[in-house]
Write a protein that binds this ligand. Structure first.
Ligand SMILES: C[S@@+](CC[C@H](N)C(=O)[O-])C[C@H]1O[C@@H](n2cnc3c(N)ncnc32)[C@H](O)[C@@H]1O
Length: 377
């Protein structure tokens, strides 16, 4: 199996290399309007934004910045297939302009725009980003009523184009089943508050790039890709930044395309992708090992599970997980401006044998129960 990945350096207000109705999923995080680090990028798209900020007209700047994002959402709409999904990680902003402090609610602007475009708005996810800065609280300190709540969450907005995706052909149904996730992952991933996804540390050496990124964690992109697409699909990130979405797409067996306006990111993005194999494979093995631990604990606590995987020698909670299969990345290389990833299936043999282990739940009548050994790397 092979997947293909393309990094475009350019403005995603014009996704000129992408055909209409050709992308299955968008996973992205734009520059956040009214967060100071992005003022320059927005002002370069429309000088009236710099003027509004200079004139201390915060609301005007906020409206104009969101209008620049809307041009990208129009393009996203053009390239997304019917039944395709758009996931947008966005934070609101609080800012004092002149004497006026207020919230700039970016997430509501984006929801309104997708509603206008006719999308179904699906339940969103709050991603809790903890801040431990000592001066994180603003306003009148311990004196009511002019103190301000600190924003420690971001949104992942989720929109669907034209209703449910259909899987009619046998081949499509099979791909969907092999792309399943585990029951216990579903319970975590489809919760509306993600507390366990930590913000990413800024590992860039280049100071300018370090100030200008705003990367989200691999785990965030990986979950969304696995929740809302199937293997072999194409994922687009119109605000690629450091390339996290492409790295997570490779780890998930999806094709991907990214657009990044800042040419200084190019080498960093490409090198990051080419060097991502080991971390991604470790992440995949962790998923399998976490499942094996889950199953083993469950056997001890509640007895054998009802279903067994058709591919691996471990049990699963539901019939929907029986065809679930994993591949590991064998190679990632560049060929004619395209990055290619090649995979090898992870087989039952790779995961290890089953062993009989004493039940420790204290149930005297329980027979020895089958437990699966964790796989080693
Ligand atoms: C919040 S960052 C994305 C970070 C990314 N999710 C990651 O994990 O690294 C937004 C990125 O979008 C880029 N950008 C801003 N406007 C753009 C545009 N119109 N077209 C393409 N890229 C743009 C910025 O340079 C920045 O790198």
């Amino acid at each position: 199996m092979q997947t293909k990945h393309v990094v475009n350096i350019g403005n995603s207000q014009d996704l000129n290399n992408i055909d209409n109705n050709s992308v299955n999923l968008i996973v992205t995080s734009p520059p956040y309007p009214m967060i100071e680090m992005w003022d320059e990028v927005f002002s370069s798209m429309n000088p009236a934004i710099a003027e509004a900020l200079d004139n201390e007209n915060g609301v005007e700047a906020y409206n104009l910045m969101n209008m620049e994002l809307n041009k990208v959402w129009d393009e996203v709409d053009r390239v997304l297939v019917s039944g395709g999904i758009t996931c947008i990680n966005i934070g609101d902003a609080t800012r004092k302009i002149g004497d006026s402090f207020q919230l700039y609610s970016n997430h509501s602007k984006i929801i309104n725009y997708f509603e206008k475009m006719g999308y179904q708005v699906l339940p969103d996810i709050l991603w809790r980003k903890q801040s431990n800065k000592p001066n994180k609280f603003m306003g009148s300190g311990m004196l009511p009523p002019n103190a301000y709540v600190t924003l420690e969450h971001e949104y992942i907005l989720i929109f669907r184009k034209d209703g449910n995706r259909q899987f009619k052909k046998q081949e499509e149904k099979e791909k969907r089943r092999t792309s399943a996730y585990f029951w216990e992952e579903r319970n975590k991933w489809f919760s509306d508050v993600w507390e366990d996804v930590k913000g990413t540390s800024q590992k860039l050496d280049n100071k300018e790039l370090r100030n200008r990124n705003g990367a989200y964690p691999f785990e965030l992109a990986y979950r969304l890709i696995n929740m809302y697409s199937v293997k072999g699909d194409t994922v687009l990130d119109p605000f690629l930044g450091t390339g996290t979405t492409i790295i997570a797409s490779i780890a998930s067996g999806r094709n991907s395309i990214g657009y990044e306006i800042d040419p200084n990111f190019k080498d960093f993005i490409i090198n990051g992708i080419l060097e991502s194999k080991n971390n991604s494979n470790n992440y995949i093995f962790d998923r399998i090992n976490n499942h094996i631990s889950f199953v083993n604990n469950r056997i001890v606590e509640k007895g054998p599970l009802k279903h067994t995987s058709n591919t691996y020698n471990f049990d699963v909670m539901t019939g929907q997980e029986k065809e679930l299969s994993f591949s590991k990345i064998d190679k990632i290389f560049e060929e004619n401006d395209t990055i290619i990833a090649e995979y090898e299936p992870i087989s039952a043999k790779d995961i290890g044998s089953t062993a009989n282990v004493e039940d420790t739940a204290g149930d005297k009548d329980t027979k020895k129960k089958k437990k699966t050994k964790q796989m080693t790397l």
